[in-house]
Structures are given as structure tokens and as C-alpha cells.
Design a protein around this ligand. Sequence first.
Ligand SMILES: [Zn+2]
Length: 334
Amino acid sequence: MKPLLSSAPAALAFVLAAAFPLPVAAQDAAHAVRPMPINDHLVAFYQGRPDQAAVKPGPRQWPDLGAIFVGVATYAIHDGDTALVYDSFTDPVSAQWVRDWLVKAGVRRFILVNSHWHLDHIGGNVVYADSMRIATEATRAKLAMKREAIEAGTEEGPPEIRPLALPDLGVTSDTTMMVGKVRVLLRPIAIHSADGLVIELPDDQLLLAGDTLEDTATFVAEPESIPQQYRNLGAMRGWGFTKILPNHGNPAVIAAGGYGLGLIDATRAYIRALVEHSHDADFQKQPLESFVAGAIKHGDVSLWWPYRDAHANNLAVVAKAWKDKPVPAFEPAP
Ligand SMILES: [Zn+2]
């Protein structure tokens, strides 16, 4: 996800958060990391997702809005003494918890891969300062450009990420790697953000989706490119995987092995409907439920409370980007 900068309550929360920064600890109730083994060489690490009633009113910071409230997963592909870690949570304490867990499991060599540049995916990168760090070249360049602001806590407000360990290897095309005996395919794709990098485990028919797919609904960070994202989602759907593990999703579904291809269909239908309704007079009042009812009924997604705020933000950014543009024709879903 990405924090909800454009909604007024969130903007106010950022002002308040600047005045009253909150401490972050990996093992308080809100930040406890839960390991969820998926198979003998893949483990999910899940953090956050409190019930709405458990969240006290008060200042919100970007990790709360972008990751903790919706819930956030990172992943490790491991075999023998080597692990590839996919994203580093919002902060070094949480990332260190993952590294320590893997060390206890016998891992000595680490590779970090970042899914994209958003802060809730790179906050703990410094824990892998001694390791190879891979992202798309677009992510590497973007983070290098934004490094000063991110380290100062001015990119999305506090907390700062300091020091930020940049990816040191940028890929620009599909790249196969071996993690021990596990074949791993790194695939750049412009969905959610132009700099995205997803991971396929072809022998498991699994996709680690980063933020390209979310349950309840995707967070629209780049509304202008929705038609291209829609096409890219259709292409990704045909790659051959049958299960999907996103960074923001329902922990019960992740622990049970992931989502089916319906999560892609739900995401395509959602972003297409956003653009197609963007000229409606009441567009910015249309509730999340009216966009995802079909997908919920079909069992592709479930309704999780913070996505109402994410949806409100999506309506605002899509309305702004598309208000003076004709609605394009979308190809039929595959
Ligand atoms: Zn994101």
C-alpha cells in the first residue's frame, strides 16, 4: 500500500503524528511478526491487521495507514543456508526479527529483493546492509532520488527511515535465480507502481505479488496508468501460476497457501470500474461495497475495514486524474 496522503483526515493525522511520534517495537501486540510456513522452502511473515475496535483514536503514521492496519506480509524463499527475503517491512526491528528467525533455521546467506519503492516495503532494508539487495532499476533509481527525504522523514511524514539501504542491483527484465535448489523468477511489471517487481516460483506455480494485488482492493498509487495496469494484470494472469501470495491480504488465506486467480479478476474489475465511473456525479460518494460486492460474493476477496479509507483515497485520485479525460475502452476480461 501507500499512505493515504490525499484524504483530509489522513493529512491531519500526519500533522499530529509529527508532533507526537510513537515508538515502534516489533513485538508489541500491534507489531508482533507471525511466521506462516507455506511449504518447505517458503515462509510468510505477517504483521498487523488489528480489529477496528482495537485501534484507538489518535495520531496515525505512514506505517499504520499503509501496512499495520491492513496487515502486511513479507516472504522468505529458503533452501539450506541461503534465503531470498522479499521486502523488509516498515522498520528495522521487524526486519531483524525475520532475519533472526531465518538464522535460527540455519540461514547464513541472504539476498534481499524489494517489490517496489513504497516505504512499507523498504523500511527494514538496512538489516541487509551486508547482503546483495535487488530491485528493479526503476526502484533503485527512485529510492536514490528520494533517499534524502526518506531519511529525513519528509517523504511521507515520520517516522524517518535512516539509514536507508538502497538496492544495489537493478534488474530491467525477467531474471532467473537459484536459491539453493529452488528456481526463482524475478519479473518486473508495471502494476500498482511503474517500478514493480513480482516473484514467480514456477515449480510451485506460485506468485509473490508484492502490491500488484491486494485483498480487499488494490491501492491506486498511479491512476493515470490504470488502462496499462489493467492490460498488464491480464498478461500476468496467463503466466502459469495458480496461487498468489500478496503483501497485503487476509492472513487466513495466506496461511492456507494463497489466493486463486480470482484475485486478479477482482483487481481488474475494481480498477476498471473506478475509471468507468469516474465521471458519475456521485462518484466520490460511491462505497467500496458497490465496487467489490461481486468479488466478495464470488469469494475472491473479503471486506477488511481500513480498505474503506483506501477506497476513498482511490476515488479522490482517480477523479482528479480522469475528470477531463474520456473514459477509455477496456478489453474484456480473460
Ligand atoms: Zn505499494
